[in-house]
Design a protein around this ligand. Structure first.
Ligand code: UD1
Length: 419
């Protein structure tokens, strides 16, 4: 099992080109199934989750290959409609493929998806939406067997109970080639949903309202292949900004998505960091000691503060001057990183959805284990800020979302190596 060895206490300083978005790439790779032709995805990050998606595609009969952050997917010859349980368990996004396979073939067999353990992560909204679209769904020995009753899904009006990100993506994927019109109410407004719709429009789909809570999709008989550039990863961007802030450093992030990162930036600015944005660049300079964030940090659907950035900003705030309060509203078990931060000297009290972080003067290195993707990134940020050496195990979690994290950190002058 690989580990990250971090010799902390060095200020990060330099310029970093941001990777492409994992959370956009995964549904877009699934969407490539609908084209029946070759698609070329540029700026696709090379991550273990992306390779899992590629294995799913290849298992279905598509041809998917990577070189230099470009994924080329040819979905002309789909001859399988079942995703094996082992692949379903590798990540949560495997469930998104359900909508795309149904859209292309009218049937599919999946099982419960895996992914980070952030509390209960049901798929009830995905399932009930597919049923509304004319899909018969049965469970048999853990397999979820789906078949469009009339051979093809049809449009429907679907109101989600909660602005989920994944559920509207499943619906959109099924709806773009369904019979008639689909309306999704209370959809999430996450930029990655807009990126998926941007890709689908480039393939000939008719979608409007993405980025708003009401999305309308008019089903088309056929889509075609295209070339598309994946948006930058705003969560990886938030992570490198938080790491730099935690170490009192200075960074220019290039190829960043400024507007989409603003909900994070506006909170980070309250710590006293100076942040300037222009075009696709974010410049951050951190003072000697951060200030605690006075307003409660409430995670919310976009454009609220992103749940995926909660852990990494907490890693920066554990050594801030004063007390910061977090409220996690999206997942019921998303403070699993706090034990490791406490082991490094942080003062954090967690009570259900609230975490109270009292800033301490400094952290010390420790042997810690990543618990989930963003929690692992938070541990890496804390280790970079801490005095002494930390050893982080369980880094397969981190590799799911960060492209060669140790290279990015070393480019910025940090001391992190993989052993
Ligand atoms: C996506 C992101 C993930 C992010 C999350 C919230 C990807 C690949 N992942 O995950 O990084 O943390 O959005 O911004 O894009 N829920 C249900 N029933 C469902 C679906 C969801 O109850 O059928 C609940 C979930 O348990 C959770 C909430 O809705 O409490 C939000 O989940 P959702 O937005 O769907 O998250 P994901 O799409 O899995």
């Amino acid at each position: 099992m690989q580990k990250l060895i971090v010799n902390g206490g060095k200020r990060l300083r330099g310029e970093l080109k941001l990777q492409g978005s994992k959370n956009s790439s995964l549904p877009i790779m699934a969407a490539a199934i609908l084209c029946g032709e070759e698609c070329r995805l540029d700026n696709c990050p090379e991550l273990t989750d992306i390779y899992s998606a590629a294995r799913i595609l290849n298992g279905l009969g598509c041809k998917c290959r990577f070189s230099d952050n470009t994924a080329v997917i040819d979905s002309a010859d789909i001859n399988v409609t079942e995703i094996p349980e082992k692949l379903m368990r590798e990540m949560r996004s495997s469930i998104i493929f359900m909508g795309a396979i149904l859209g292309r073939t009218g049937e599919c067999t999946v099982s419960m998806p895996g992914g980070c353990e952030l509390g209960s992560r049901p798929i009830d909204m995905h399932i009930s939406a597919m049923r509304r679209m004319g899909v018969d769904i049965r469970e048999n020995h853990g397999k979820i067997i789906c078949r469009a009753v009339s051979g093809k899904a049809h449009g429907a009006k679907i109101s989600l109970q909660f602005p989920s990100v994944g559920a509207p993506e499943t619906i959109i994927l099924c709806a773009v080639t369904a019979d008639g019109e689909t309306v999704i109410n209370n959809a999430a407004r996450e930029p990655e949903i807009c990126d998926l719709c941007g890709f689908l429009r480039a393939c000939g789909a008719e979608i409007s309202g993405d980025g708003e809570s009401r999305i309308v999709i008019k089903g088309k008989n056929r889509l075609h292949g295209c070339e598309y550039r994946i948006m930058p990863d705003r969560i990886a961007g938030a992570t490198y900004l938080a790491m730099t802030a935690a170490t009192g450093g200075e960074i220019i992030l290039t190829d960043a998505c400024v507007a989409e990162t603003e909900p994070f930036i506006s909170v980070l600015e309250q710590t006293g960091c100076s942040i300037i944005t222009y075009d696709d660049r974010i410049y951050l300079r951190s003072g000697s000691r951060l200030r605690a964030v006075r307003d409660r940090i409430r995670t919310m659907p976009h454009p609220g503060f992103p749940t995926d950035a909660q852990a990494v900003i907490m890693a920066a705030l554990v050594t801030a001057d004063g007390t910061s309060v977090f409220e996690e509203n999206i997942f019921d078990c998303r403070y699993r990183h706090t034990d490791a931060l406490v082991k490094m000297g942080a003062d954090i009290q967690v009570l259900r959805k609230i975490a109270v972080v009292k800033g301490v003067p400094e952290l010390h290195g420790a042997n810690i284990e990543a618990t989930d993707l963003r929690g692992g990134a938070a541990m890496a940020a804390a280790a970079l800020a801490a005095e002494g050496v930390s050893e982080i195990s369980g880094i397969f979690h981190i590799d799911r979302g960060y492209e060669k994290i140790e290279n990015a950190v070393r480019l910025l002058g940090g001391d992190m190596r993989r052993v």
